[in-house]
Design a protein around this ligand. Sequence first.
Ligand SMILES: Cc1ncc(COP(=O)(O)O)c(C=O)c1O
Length: 379
Amino acid sequence: MTPGSIPARRVRLLDLSALHAPIQGEIDAAIQAVIQSQQFILGKPVARLEETLAAYCGARHAVGCASGSDALYLALLALGIGAGDVVLVPAFTFFATAGAVSRAGAVPVFVDIDPVTFNLDPAHLAATLSRQRQAKAVIAVHLFGGAADMDPILRIASQHGLTVIEDGAQAIGAEYQHRRVLSIGRIGCLSFFPTKNLGAYGDGGMLTANDDDLAHHLAALRVHGGLERYRHDWIGINSRLDALQAAVLLAKTPYLDGWTLARQQNAARYQSLLADARLPVVPPRPAPYQTRHIFNQYVIRCQRRDELKQHLERCGIGTEVYYPIPLHLQPCYRELGYRAGDLPVSEEAAAAVLALPVHPALGPGDVDYVSQCLAAFYR
Ligand SMILES: Cc1ncc(COP(=O)(O)O)c(C=O)c1O
């Protein structure tokens, strides 16, 4: 590519129009049905979605709510976590994971990550807990669609009396040792933000739980703490899932596995092309326990990341940096007293990661083009 020339192709990071076009009729009919019912809050579509996704995730219960961020917050509320409590959170994740802890009045303590999977490192969790005695819970994030190493996390958590919350916002259908995530910890949290493998036409979220009483508590907390009209057993919030969003999600759910397969195929194609090209790039390598990686994002580690991003932009290729600042170094957490160098693996990841397009509407030619443009940059 010479400066100013027209790219040979355009490859978007995500192409929702292409994804929705083949099933637009079904989505529109589902929306129309809600409009005809005039029941816009919770109701049948939400109940059906909860049933469908509880089964999909292998959990006994699912409770729809307004967003993944609210799901995390509601999980903490249900566990009675608040002022004075500490919650352990990986330092390399989307802000909402830690933001929910602060919103609940608790304090996040950040844990470094595994350099290969980008997920919470159990050894670092154990080391942090040896210094940190008042912790109540740990949030295991299944980042980019790959499961965190749940068995050691659960073992360490139980040794220290911590509850494990799963942040599976990016990981619907991912598996850990052939078990679906969101059914492994005490509570699971999902997001339906439009970039997720199962995305709504706006915001939406869901909680999963195996415990009947906990599920009942969560269902009440999302409607001001009461399931009986004008009786409030707890102080909850308004975090209902719209019937319209639930209807869209129900229309899309039958296609989810096909879309995930297309993502996995695109990832496999990158894997062989990038390995053959011998570039200073580390493609994602699922760990043996990540028996089903759903590739919500395909994130490489690379040298000269920001220059590469610009080069790919000039080639017509959309990329994104998830996430450029680890949470312990975010300005809003300055008062927690962390310094650069405290959590080196998270800091290195933040400096080197780049997400390449992996969405299901890509063709093999798109993946080949991205790989060729990437190779050209390092030549
Ligand atoms: C890891 C993680 N946790 C939580 C969230 C919050 O979800 P939402 O955007 O639905 O509030 C997201 C959303 O991007 C996420 O990626």
